[in-house]
Design a protein around this ligand. Structure first.
Ligand code: ACO
Length: 334
């Protein structure tokens, strides 16, 4: 069998953030915490919170519209929409189908993908296969979350960390040598209980008991997730580089998952790259889970920090446990 795979790159990016800002000072009034603790332990200063009438699909749709406009691609030409999320509008139908309808993407297949905070990288890898194989020309990949809906606002260990938002990219064919050059995806379900929302699925369906015991909220073993993140973020980036035939010295720009500034600093040390080569916005948005990498990518590109021919590494880790990294040579025509 001969495979004539096409090169696949990012043709346009977009993002959407709710207007409401929740600062560390606001949180001081809600739980036993302090601005100083949150800043020094995480680097987060404020985060965005969606209003009660804005579900994940609305943020996803707005980010998608911006990405389509920037890519100069019509919604009708999109062959597939993937929404990476842990906070879908409903258990089913897929949030991607709601987005497909509102965009008028009449030729698009649509599905959701769940891989925790690594979801966007998983979705990028999945969407890229359809373009590479020639099955679809254009794929919309969205990371969108309303984490505020599943955070226990009485738990200071977790509620200070997360925020809402969405980021999107349009994938399409690019000249040979550009686009996604290498990937690394992985999982370790042995760590499933380190970060979960235990109820609401087939294991613990919603009941008076699950509600009473707050089992519909996110639970996390922060220390263990921290140790895992510090190890995996460098490992995964290096494996993706190696699959592209590149080394850490080749990195022009790094877009890491925005969970904790100390995790990002450990990655810089491991990859031996300077602070100017990494994008950080967790101070403004906190951890937006699957939306964090595409939001950061959009901002970095719009700020002119990513230029043609740059080698850009995206890397994330999250619930599952999961992790993923992608190495991209930024294409000429975006
Ligand atoms: N304010 C004040 N004190 C707090 C707060 C808070 N918001 N949260 C925890 N503390 C307390 C703890 O209770 C503990 O007190 P104790 O010693 O009396 O028990 C103390 O601070 C220290 O707690 P640690 O957990 O040791 O603090 P640490 O420095 O490890 O930071 C943190 C905690 C920020 C959660 C860190 O472990 C972390 O960032 N982990 C990774 C989290 C992450 O990235 N999660 C997302 C994964 S991606 C996804 O898929 C969603």
């Amino acid at each position: 069998m001969s495979l004539n795979l096409r090169s696949v790159g990012i043709l346009g990016t977009g993002m959407c953030l709710p207007e409401k800002v929740l600062t560390n000072m606001d949180l001081e009034k809600m739980v036993d915490t302090s601005d100083e603790w949150i800043r020094t332990r995480t680097g987060i200063v404020e985060r965005r919170i969606a209003d009660p009438h804005t579900p994940t699909s609305v943020l996803a749709e707005k980010a998608a519209r911006m990405a389509l406009e920037n890519a100069r691609i019509k919604a009708q030409n999109i062959g597939l929409i993937i929404v990476a999320t842990v906070t879908p509008d409903m258990v089913f139908p897929a949030t991607a189908c709601l987005v497909q309808d509102r965009l008028g993407a009449t030729s698009a297949a649509a599905f959701d993908l769940e891989a925790g905070c690594s979801g966007f990288i998983y979705a990028l890898a999945s969407g890229a296969q359809f373009v590479a194989s020639g099955i679809y020309d254009y794929v919309l990949v969205i990371g969108a979350e309303t984490l505020s809906r599943i955070v226990n606002w009485e738990d200071r260990n977790t509620c200070v960390l997360f925020g809402d938002g969405a980021g999107a990219v349009v994938l399409g064919p690019v000249p040979e040598g550009y686009g996604i050059l290498g990937m690394d995806l992985g999982s370790d379900g042995g760590g499933a209980d380190l970060l979960d929302v235990p109820a609401g699925g087939s294991l613990n369906p919603a009941s008076e008991y699950t509600v009473k015991n707050k089992l519909h909220f996110l639970r996390m073993n922060g220390n263990e997730v921290f140790k895992f993140a510090v190890r995996i973020i460098g490992d995964s980036a290096l494996r993706a580089l190696s699959s592209a035939g590149l080394e850490k010295e080749n990195i022009d720009f790094l877009i890491p998952h925005q969970a904790n500034i100390r995790i990002i600093q450990s990655a810089l040390k491991r990859l031996k790259i300077s602070e100017e080569k990494v994008y950080v916005n967790l101070d403004r948005y906190g951890n937006t889970s699957a939306a964090s990498v595409p939001i950061a990518l959009h901002e970095a590109y719009r700020e002119g920090l990513i230029k043609k021919d740059n080698i850009v590494v995206l890397v994330a880790f999250g619930a599952g446990l999961t992790w993923g990294a992608a190495v991209i040579r930024w294409s000429a025509d975006i």
